[in-house]
Design a protein around this ligand. Structure first.
Ligand code: HEC
Ligand code: HEC
Length: 464
């Protein structure tokens, strides 16, 4: 049932452009007993009002009873530290989903704490390796597995160094950006010459709004794609498409929107070396350390659906301090710098909600007004962010607009402020200053704002 408060009714009359935000608005009572304002509700009825380190890792309010039991099972499996007895490896990148996505967020990366691949069985990133002609390396596959169980050898180790470059804003304020340089050492088999190698490093993504993303209204996305054409700002995004499970479809998850689902089967296989119904071969197949005998599938289809369910039933943190004067100033600056042309504030989910890996449906996710701050399109972000890796339709320089919901809580949840696909930005300001290509005009507009407005814009991001 939809109840409109008189206040919202008046707003509707006054402001037609607010209509989108208020249609489908359900009155939701916050823990403090007050009714939530529509712009606080990041994900309609799935909004949660927690701002602690568990803010990403809490069930949506409607997750109760049998659903909660499956959610809890998925949560356990997600955080379960696998070992060689339970199917991990022989080679892998992380030992559990939660090892890389701590508290359903972004585990601080070994890139910064260890200068590249972690030791002691732990690495918190994915390293994609590819030949310059676009082909994969036969002995290694798509992902560099830099960790192993006892007695096996890692495929290789990543090393990173950063060079610091200094710049200034038009008003004289200084800033600097750190540019990464990657190399791979200790190759398992054939050494790959750096001349024939592209390396793309990814830090984990936050699991904010996974169910909402899977439920996005595809017709609305097609409209957003058609509208994403602003020659005056050099912006024109497009949807990524990929063939998954034999179906050519819109890609939504991953840094290049290169996946149509939440990659649970791929996560188990490619990230953890665990065979399953979709990927029955060990990831080191073809290497001499590949187990000769077939030991059966290491994770069941039912368990994988529970992990899928867990992610899609997570609550999305509510926005905070929406009426604060500095926050409102920052929000204005966000629009003035045209951030919203890609980081689109409002979208809707399709009426049916979402369907999980084995066909279980989650109707609660349907028909919601959501505030992901993304258009889910891929954009050319310029040569500095080009990783030369083609994923679906996306070229090396094209990246999916990262949804910004929950971004202000990343430091609380994961204890760091590393941003962008490879974590090169050390704070929100640097993340903006790396925007190139279609994002260049927006970055320049940001640079030209007064210091007060720039700072307010950052404060606004911190309330998302
Ligand atoms: C070794 C670290 C690592 C492990 C282990 C890992 N992930 Fe990830 N995950 C990542 C990285 C890095 C990305 C970004 C990948 C990209 O864009 O190519 C990612 C992306 C994702 C995304 C896309 C999120 C979005 O917002 O689009 C989902 C969903 C996901 N992982 C789920 C899982 C699940 C489920 C597991 C366990 C089965 C898992 N991951 C295990 C590192 C990891
Ligand atoms: C042309 C589209 C576009 C515009 C305009 C744009 N962005 Fe982005 N933004 C992106 C894309 C694409 C990424 C992902 C880039 C990557 O990871 O390499 C991104 C990433 C970010 C991130 C990092 C998110 C994270 O969790 O790592 C922040 C913060 C951000 N943008 C803020 C802004 C702000 C603020 C503005 C306005 C000043 C803005 N963006 C303008 C497309 C855009």
């Amino acid at each position: 049932m939809k109840i409109y408060s008189p206040f919202i009714g008046v707003l509707l009359l006054l402001c037609l452009s607010c209509e989108d935000d208020t249609v489908g608005y359900n009155e939701i009572v916050k823990p403090n007993g007050k009714i939530a304002q529509f712009n606080e509700l990041s994900a309609g009825t799935a909004t949660s009002f927690l701002s602690s380190s568990k803010a990403y890792d809490t069930p949506a309010p409607w997750v109760t009873g049998a659903l909660l039991e499956r959610f809890n099972n998925g949560d356990l499996l997600y955080d379960n530290p696998y070992n060689e007895e339970s199917g991990l490896g022989p080679v892998y990148a992380g030992y559990s989903c939660g090892s890389c996505h701590k508290n359903a967020g972004r585990t601080p990366s070994s890139l910064f704490s260890q200068g590249g691949s972690g030791n002691y069985g732990f690495s918190s990133m994915l390293v994609y390796i590819i030949r310059k002609n676009g082909a994969f390396f036969r002995q290694y596959g798509r992902v560099l597995h830099d960790q192993t169980i006892y007695g096996s050898q890692a495929e290789g180790k990543l090393k990173v160094t950063y060079t610091e470059e200094s710049y200034s804003f038009p008003d004289g304020e200084k800033y600097s950006l750190q540019k990464p340089h990657y190399e791979i050492t200790e190759w398992y088999a054939d050494s790959i010459s750096p001349e024939d190698l592209y390396i793309s490093v990814r830090i984990p993504l936050r699991h904010v709004g996974m169910g909402q993303i899977m439920s996005l209204d595809r017709q609305e996305l097609l409209k957003v794609e058609a509208q994403s054409n602003y020659p005056e700002y050099g912006i024109s995004g497009r949807l990524n498409y990929i063939t998954e499970k034999g179906v050519y479809q819109i890609g939504l998850s991953g840094n290049k929107a290169q996946h149509a689902d939440l990659t649970v089967e791929l996560g188990y296989s490619s990230d953890m070396g665990m065979t399953n119904s979709r990927y029955p071969e060990e990831v080191c197949a073809g290497q001499s350390q590949s187990p000769a005998l077939y030991h059966g599938l290491e994770v069941s289809t039912r368990d994988m659906e529970d992990v899928d369910l867990y992610m899609q039933c997570l609550g999305v943190p509510a926005r905070r301090y929406v009426n604060n004067a500095i926050v409102k100033k920052g929000e204005k600056a966000f629009y003035a710098a045209k951030c919203h042309l890609c980081h689109l504030p409002t979208l809707h989910t399709q009426a049916t909600g979402s369907t999980l890996l084995n066909g279980t449906s989650l109707p609660w996710l349907g028909g919601q007004t959501i505030h992901p701050y993304s258009d889910f399109l891929i954009h050319d972000m310029g040569p500095e962010l080009d990783d030369h890796l083609k994923s679906g339709l996306a070229f090396g320089n094209e990246w999916r607009t990262t949804p910004l919901w929950g971004i202000g809580l990343q430091e609380t949840v994961n204890g760091h402020t590393q941003f962008l696909h490879d974590g090169r930005a050390r704070n929100l300001k640097e993340a903006i200053l790396w925007h190139g290509g279609e994002g260049a005009v927006s970055k320049e507009l940001f640079k030209k704002l007064s210091k007060e407005d720039r700072d307010a814009l950052i404060v606004f991001l911190e309330t998302l």
